[in-house]
Design a protein around this ligand. Structure first.
Ligand code: ADP
Ligand code: ZN
Length: 603
């Protein structure tokens, strides 16, 4: 039995030699040191935070084989491919292996040849497999996507429950659980169920600074989407829709316009879903138009944009889906097409629920989603604030920060609107209040006698939409309360009286619906902000595709976009220079160095 670690030396040495990276991301080093030293850990990092290295490096530093549990076969396959490309001895053991291959994997395991073994939870937790492991040197257990163990979470997998036995069964072996789950209840439950209640928590913040958030008012979404995609040809992305039918309509329309797109949803036959997923990984499809069924099985790090064609039902969902963009840390876009019609539809859907408590919770979540979309302040602050993380200042990388709305003294407008809310008895929604202010001549207003109120017709200078936008701002600023569980009736908050009494001024944003979805394409930059030569980048990409196809692996397994961008910016001319590019480790230098240098030297 091999008792010596494959790679002697410090975590930094492994990071550089094997993965070719120059520095750790936040918390990686802390987790690696803890686990390499034999301790358990619970790791909470956003998507793209770099969770994999947290167990891959300790796996190489410790003696024996690291056992990694992952929920999806496709994820295991990609991870194993990526590790092998870096020269690491990795295998997977799951139900998709044919008998001969499975035997070979087990033989390598018993011979102590493997640094990492990826196993599906149902395979791992059989008595026979556990018996196999007992006499072997297990370096550590890593439980990826650990939230799958909790019924509170969004991805509960019954086969994960048995993993709770690992901790007591292997007392000397460190157990490490990793997740990107934002929600507190789920996290506590996961720790409990995995027997890791006492393990230290390593929690990185939820911010994804490389993602630019943009919200535009939805009008003619098909054209808005096309404009956006045309300015991003060559980049991979996902378009999320709320219904299966819509994914197919949108995909068909994109295909008709010459864009390599396909629909993906749970109603498609499994073979078709695999086909779409593979084509996307291989960069043969530029865009996948999908329901939320698409995503978890996708570890593609170079997704450059995520578009929400329809508004998701919660900010948790929005954060998770938009978070699939830019895992490689390169600039990425999250675009939300926001239409009030979607809000009405979503609300109707939620309200059909029979469990009143559940309906109340879901309406609250929907309300938070709408508030984000309508925010007149920094989007990132709104988003992180929802997850309880305060950002010190505006982010500078969202539509509101980049094109701040003009502000004006809106005290008088606020007074008009607030007093109108009061006059109609705090029993009506924004639409009705806007109609009264505008002096609308409609039967309902006359029937209610609201045409005789002192506020009737005092706001003819603005459109109804304009008044509704002011009402929403007053909600966000805390002057009005909107009871979303009760027909969105507007009520005055205590602070409203200070405004009505003239004791407090109110600053409002000039209402200006944004319709342009392209947002201006940004020049391609490296992770550290250098300009990238697009033509050279394209050539490197073509070479990468050819090599990946020859080896039957996804393109990013050869090199990530981040690495290609750095090559195109730095233009290394020798092996030594190429070796200094982030993402070029010892093995890849040997394997791909010549081919890439040939392109770089010619450029
Ligand atoms: P997660 O599982 O947390 O979503 P991954 O482990 O897949 O994230 O890492 C996301 C991307 O970032 C991968 O392409 C990975 O190679 C890269 N990465 C991780 N750590 C580093 C680092 N220290 N330096 C540079 N790139 C890194
Ligand atoms: Zn911002």
């Amino acid at each position: 039995m091999d008792r010596t670690p494959t790679f002697a030396g410090d975590p930094e040495g492994v990071l550089r030699a094997v993965f070719g990276y120059t520095g750790f991301r936040p918390l990686q080093r802390e987790v690696i040191e803890r686990v390499a030293g034999g301790g358990d850990a619970f790791v909470l990092m956003p998507t793209g935070g770099g969770k994999s290295l947290c167990y891959q490096i300790p796996a190489l530093l410790r003696a024996g084989t690291a056992v990694v549990v992952s929920p999806l076969i496709s994820l295991m396959k990609d991870q194993v491919d990526a590790l092998r490309a870096n020269g690491v001895a990795a295998e997977r053991y799951d139900s998709s292996l044919e008998a001969g291959a499975a035997r070979r994997v087990l033989a390598r395991l018993h011979a102590g040849e493997l640094d990492l073994l990826y196993v599906s939870p149902e395979r791992l937790m059989t008595e026979t497999f556990l018996e196999r492991l007992r006499p072997l040197d297990v370096a550590l257990f890593a439980i990826d996507e650990a939230h799958c163990v909790s019924q509170w979470g969004h991805d509960f997998r019954p086969e994960y429950v048995a993993l709770g036995r690992l901790r007591p069964l292997f007392p000397g072996v460190p157990v490490l659980a990793l997740t990107a789950t934002a929600d507190e209840t789920t996290r506590a439950d996961v720790r409990e169920r995995l027997g890791l209640a006492g393990a230290p928590l390593f929690a990185a913040g939820f911010d994804r600074p490389n993602i630019r958030y943009t919200v535009v008012e939805k009008s003619r979404p098909a054209e808005q989407l096309l404009t956006f995609l045309r300015s991003r040809s060559g980049d991979s992305g996902i378009v999320y829709c709320l219904t299966r039918r819509r994914t197919e309509e949108v995909a068909a329309r994109l295909v008709a316009e010459g864009i390599a797109a396909a629909a993906y949803h749970a109603g498609l036959p499994p073979e078709r879903r695999t086909e779409v997923q593979d084509a996307f990984l291989r960069d043969e499809l530029q865009v996948v138009v999908a329901t939320v069924a698409f995503g978890m099985g996708i570890d593609k790090p170079d997704v450059r944009f995520v578009v929400h064609h329809d508004m998701p039902k919660s900010l948790e969902g929005y954060y998770q889906e938009s978070g699939r963009a830019g895992r490689d840390g390169m600039p990425a876009e999250a675009l939300l097409l926001f239409g009030l019609q979607d809000v009405v539809m979503a609300r109707r859907l939620v309200e059909t629920g029979s469990d009143r408590e559940q309906v109340r919770i879901e309406l609250h979540k929907l309300g938070a989603m709408v508030a984000f979309a309508e925010s007149q302040g920094c989007r990132r602050r709104a988003l992180l604030g929802y997850f309880g993380e305060a950002l010190e200042r505006d982010c500078g990388n969202c539509d509101v920060c980049l094109e701040p709305p003009e502000r004006y003294d809106g005290t008088e407008d606020a007074q008009k609107l607030l007093s109108c809310v009061y006059r109609v008895g705090q029993r009506f929604g924004a639409r009705h209040v806007a109609d009264v202010l505008r002096g609308a001549d409609v039967a309902r207003i006359r029937e209610l006698g609201h045409d005789r109120l002192s506020t009737y017709g005092i706001g003819k200078d603005r459109s109804a939409d304009g008044w509704m936008a002011i009402a929403r701002q007053l909600v966000h600023l805390g002057f009005l309360r909107q009871d979303i569980a009760n027909y969105s009736v507007l009520e005055l908050a205590p602070a409203a009286w200070e405004v009505l009494r003239g004791e407090r001024r109110v600053e409002l944003a000039v209402w200006r619906p944004r319709r342009r979805a392209d947002g201006g394409k940004r020049p391609r930059l490296t992770a550290d902000g250098r300009a990238v030569d697009e033509a050279l980048f394209g050539q490197l990409r073509a070479l990468r595709k050819r090599l990946a196809d020859e080896q039957g692996v996804p393109a990013y397994v050869v090199f990530s976009d981040a690495t290609l961008a750095a090559m195109a910016a730095l233009r290394p001319q020798t092996r030594e220079e190429l070796r200094r590019v982030s993402g070029v480790g010892d093995t890849k230098l040997v394997r791909y160095g010549e081919a890439f240098l040939a392109v770089l030297v010619r450029a």
